[in-house]
Design a protein around this ligand. Sequence first.
Ligand code: DUC
Ligand code: ZN
Length: 513
Amino acid sequence: MTMTSPFDFDLVVKNGFIVTASDTVRADIGVKDGKVVLLMADIPVPADCEVIDAEGGFVTPGLIDSHVHIAQSAAKSLGAKSADNWTTASQSAVAGGCTTVIAFAVQNRGTSMQSAVDAYHDLATNNAVCDYSFHVIVTDPSEEQMHTELPKLIEQGITSVKIYSTYPALKLSDEEILNTFYAARQYGVTVMVHAENSDMIAWMTRDLAERGMTEPWHHGTSRPPIIESEATNRVLALSELMDCPVLFVHVSAPDAFKVIREAQTRLMSVFAETCPHYLLLTAQEMKAPGFEGAKACCAPPLRENPEDRERVWENTVNGTVTVVSSDHAPTKYYDEFGKQLGLTKNPSKNPRGDFRYIPNGLPGVETRGPLMWSEGVCKGRMSPNKFVELNCTNAAKLYGMYPQKGTIQPGSDADFVVWRSPSARKTSKVTVKNLHSACDYTPFEGHDIEDWPVLTILRGKVIYDGKTNEVVAEPGYGAFLKRGKSSLQGPRNKWLSEWRPKYMDEQAKVNGA
Ligand code: DUC
Ligand code: ZN
């Protein structure tokens, strides 16, 4: 018997288990004009409506990668170039199940944040195949930038900034970090922090170089875990003084996790991000033959002790970690503007290269989702719901995109990833040949993958077909997303003395307090 449908949809996704951060439900999804409009069992399909059969597999929200460096020169002072432009990076993203990325717009010292955002709009517009936004990397938290420009950027939908405690071209002093936290709290901006102790790195690097210890793995020697945990602890104290929520990016050191968890236990609004390379790789990768260890140089470095990787898994699953991102920062291995700089700009004349001249960063936007699904869900380390929380929902909430992004509910964008049912999974291996980034290697070459997205769907349109491994969206389909404020826990109004920010005193006077 054929049933006439009372509905008007463009697309119905059938026979899937819808997975959100809280629930797994056997239901169909009705989509109209790029939005989810109905979740219901056995939706009657209207005439002329596209149907996607999930064949009993899982349907998760489209993944969000909230930490990617796209067309952003890695180690500019070395002359390094990013392997990807907006088209190749976003093609790589969607082939790994991402429908939204947030990249960085860097405020070069002496320039305005607005000019950084304008320049990154120029690079991204008409070139992306997934939706996108920018975080601003702040290098000048002056009164003008923080209190005139920042409110204007918020109106444009840019509601997050990133700051560094290291890298000479980027790092902020403690006083500048306090200025940033002060303004961020006032305007409700999410602050991401790259926490490593700059002076410790500089001292260790100089000493190692003087002794000729410059092989790629000494990048790790120069940055032991205490370099990350010291800076994390210090920046936490600064955020506590200002009562400003903070997200620590790419957390890898066990003691950094400890101080973050301890602060969370004291109910501070502290969030943490980690990345697949800290869950799956160790410093051993930097000891690969010849100069190949350069492929694994990133900051913070991969950690020496395999036990440390276990701590990262524990903190990822036990609630300390809020989001998993890739920190996609690709430079090619065989390229004069890539990792080879560690050989060509080599004052130590060490035949195995000089870590001081190796651009930091790994490609990973395409492998993050499949690796987390395989190693997390398929291997039983986390539920599908926890996977969604870490790879979709929390990023949407923290960066002001929820519930448009990061979940599947009536009204949200029809962004989905279809995964196979457990009985239909087949193990394969990661290989750079199948990836869509312009980078010429992957640090996960040869790693087992239990499943890869069957389809990636953005606003109701298939943009990646996993059966043919083809990206089917045209550059320009991806749209800039105007973001709002974080909906995760905000400031606590807990102060360490009788000091309060001046704007609060002024607000109190206006309110007659
Ligand atoms: N570390 C960074 O700080 N940025 C990009 C890449 C990396 O490894
Ligand atoms: Zn990064």
